[in-house]
Design a protein around this ligand. Sequence first.
Ligand SMILES: Nc1ncnc2c1ncn2[C@@H]1O[C@H](COP(=O)(O)OP(=O)(O)OP(=O)(O)O)[C@@H](O)[C@H]1O
Ligand SMILES: [Mg+2]
Length: 293
Amino acid sequence: MTGENGAGKTSLLEAVHVGTQGFSPRTRSDARLIRDGEEAASVQLNLTRAGVRHRVRVKLASGAGKVAELDGTRLPSAESLRREFPTLVFTPDRLAVVKGGPAVRRAYLDRSLTRLFPARSGLPQDYAAALAQRNAGLRRVQLGLSPREVVTPWTERVAALGAGLVEARRDAAAALEPGFCNHLARFGLPGGRLSYEGDPPTVEALEARLETDVSRGTTGLGPHLDDLVLAAGRELRGSARRGSSVLPCWRSSWRRPSCFLRRRSCCSTTCFRSSTFVAARRWRGHSRGSGRR
Ligand SMILES: Nc1ncnc2c1ncn2[C@@H]1O[C@H](COP(=O)(O)OP(=O)(O)OP(=O)(O)O)[C@@H](O)[C@H]1O
Ligand SMILES: [Mg+2]
């Protein structure tokens, strides 16, 4: 998809995302999805899944909640579309997954795992909630407002949910690794590796560092501190510059469409390649002075 700046390319991708996921990848504010000066907006998609046609409609109105319909039936929430039509957006800012800190990679891996394993999609939030409770307990102990025992139930919950999250992240990394390595190999980069670095937290390990955690007021062990290693021989983090390690992937992905994230079939995941096309063209210098992207 090509067009002048401001023609609406990103808006179209955004509409597909809203229609398949129930929210925008560009903004958290639904109001910004409505045309300035208008009161309402809607997205309608005609989709084919496993040979069956479906119609999705998402309606937005100022000051009112979103309404999503699948084949004419209202869904409990627009976000429940996520379980119906897995979609993963990859825009230039996602380069931060390679270049940025571990938190960006963890968040991206968690988003991927929710698409890959919908039954385990609640784990990241459940773990984060338990961790927040444990940290709050640690701070109360630190201030002398509560005894140490107040932390114990949350230690157990953090250990249980943390172990589940580590397992889910490992499974997600294992599912992604073959596609990642295949793409790297096509660009002449052997030694691809996409692996999760982190061990399941245990009650014993958490208890062993209780004093340290109390003095710091935060939990210093668990999957909230783990990382995802992306390597082609060596780690890509330090070498992911535009035009070198990452650009060839993107260039190739618009020339020869194929899903980076494969599950059962290519159709189960939608890749937004247009943005990668835009980025590749721009970085190759084609857009300079032409006014087109
Ligand atoms: N809520 C809104 N109401 C009215 N116009 C909007 C709204 N949101 C975005 N626009 C405008 O819609 C137009 C299309 O924007 P969009 O970002 O989709 O274009 P694009 O083709 O991706 O441009 P670029 O090539 O610069 O990335 C822009 O002029 C933008 O300012
Ligand atoms: Mg755009």
